[in-house]
Design a protein around this ligand. Structure first.
Ligand SMILES: NC(=O)c1ccc[n+]([C@@H]2O[C@H](COP(=O)([O-])OP(=O)(O)OC[C@H]3O[C@@H](n4cnc5c(N)ncnc54)[C@H](OP(=O)(O)O)[C@@H]3O)[C@@H](O)[C@H]2O)c1
Length: 316
């Protein structure tokens, strides 16, 4: 292990980081090994990563000293933030800056920063097609990540900016699964009109990130978008119907209706879907399926993901 390049993985017990740790440890011939960062080394998820042979270390991104220890001696670092744990753009940006600073101080050779577009480049706050949220954002959980790109760029640390996509796992665990309508027919609801939504199996994000680390220095300074498929709501509903063996319809609703659903973050997600709908061309073009597949030959299409996961989708 001593001669292997260590990739320090933030969020290692989560979706993105977990996929990366598993991808690294599944490829012992790659010359890389994973250092899994968690706040609780004794959790079941942390133990499962240790069982794969990953080094598991304790750190909290809110604690710079612990981050410095976790990044020390590493070749690479995977940096991700946790917007839905706290809904705070200020906190997300502070954490991104802390990771960029720690990576710089530790002399990290390659960072992959899990980002998303700053949608205000397309929809300035003065544009009233969607409400401005938290005073200065259109899609807070996108904008704060995109605005944080500069922390990595300005630090001078060699960094690749990774533009992720909508997890299909949201149909299992993020409350976006099909729900029965008044007529008893299942439906998925997204304000996407007839536009395509780039999506990905969450596990594939880490695998693509590993592909970026393997390519090395040539990827520094680049922005790479990834997706496993780009499908309309109607196409996703049709694939889901086939996979679960009962009809699922696609409910297209106006973004305003979605924003009014009232669950925490509904306004942010309503704006997000509207952005993806109204700027479909740019958003899809930034996420090439070919590039994603080249980085991760195991990349799953929606159909393949459904064939492995449809049984886990709650049918309410
Ligand atoms: N859902 C989607 O469709 C989607 C799509 C694209 C991007 N995203 C973005 O993905 C991000 C979340 O990534 P994810 O889904 O991989 O997260 P996740 O599955 O919720 O896992 C995040 C992990 O990070 C750790 N963590 C949380 N706070 C921490 C802290 N202060 N210091 C150190 N570790 C901490 C937790 O581990 P421990 O408890 O073990 O410490 C947790 O397991 C969000 O910012 C979201 O906007 C989501």
């Amino acid at each position: 292990m001593a001669d292997k390049k260590i990739i320090a993985v933030v969020g290692a017990t989560g979706a993105q980081g977990g996929g990366l740790v598993r991808a690294i440890m599944a490829d012992p011939a790659s010359g890389f090994t994973a250092r899994a960062i968690t706040r609780d080394v004794s959790s079941e998820k942390a133990k499962a990563l240790a069982a794969l042979g990953a080094e598991v270390v304790a750190a909290n991104v809110d604690d710079p000293a612990s981050l410095a220890r976790a990044f020390a001696g590493a070749y690479g670092a995977y940096c991700v933030t946790f917007f839905w744990d706290h809904f705070s753009t200020d906190k997300e940006m502070a954490q991104a800056k802390a990771m960029a600073d720690a990576a710089k101080a530790a002399g990290i050779k390659h960072v992959v920063w899990s980002s998303l577009e700053d949608t205000r480049r397309w929809v300035p706050v003065t544009d009233n097609r969607m409400p401005t949220l938290q005073g200065k954002y259109k899609v807070p959980h996108f904008d704060a990540k995109g605005e944080s790109d500069r922390f990595f760029r300005d630090s001078g640390v060699p960094a690749t900016i990774l533009l992720t996509s909508f997890y299909w796992d949201n149909f299992i665990a993020f409350g976006m699964g099909p729900k029965k309508g008044p007529d008893g027919v299942l439906g998925i609801t997204m304000p996407m009109g007839d536009k395509k939504l780039p999506g990905i199996a969450a596990e594939d994000i880490g695998r693509c990130a590993f592909g970026i680390f393997k390519q090395g220095a040539s990827m520094a300074g680049k922005t790479v978008g990834i997706a496993g498929d780009q499908l309309t709501g109607a196409q996703m509903a049709a694939a889901m119907s086939k996979a679960i063996g009962q009809p699922v319809r696609y409910n297209d609703v106006p973004p305003d209706v979605y924003r009014g659903f009232g669950f925490p973050g509904a306004d942010d997600l309503g704006n997000m879907f509207q952005f993806k709908r109204d700027f479909e061309k740019d958003f899809c073009a930034a996420r090439s399926l070919e590039t994603s597949k080249a980085l991760n030959p195991e990349l799953q299409s929606f159909e393949v993901w459904l064939s492995r996961n449809a049984g886990k989708i709650p049918l309410e």
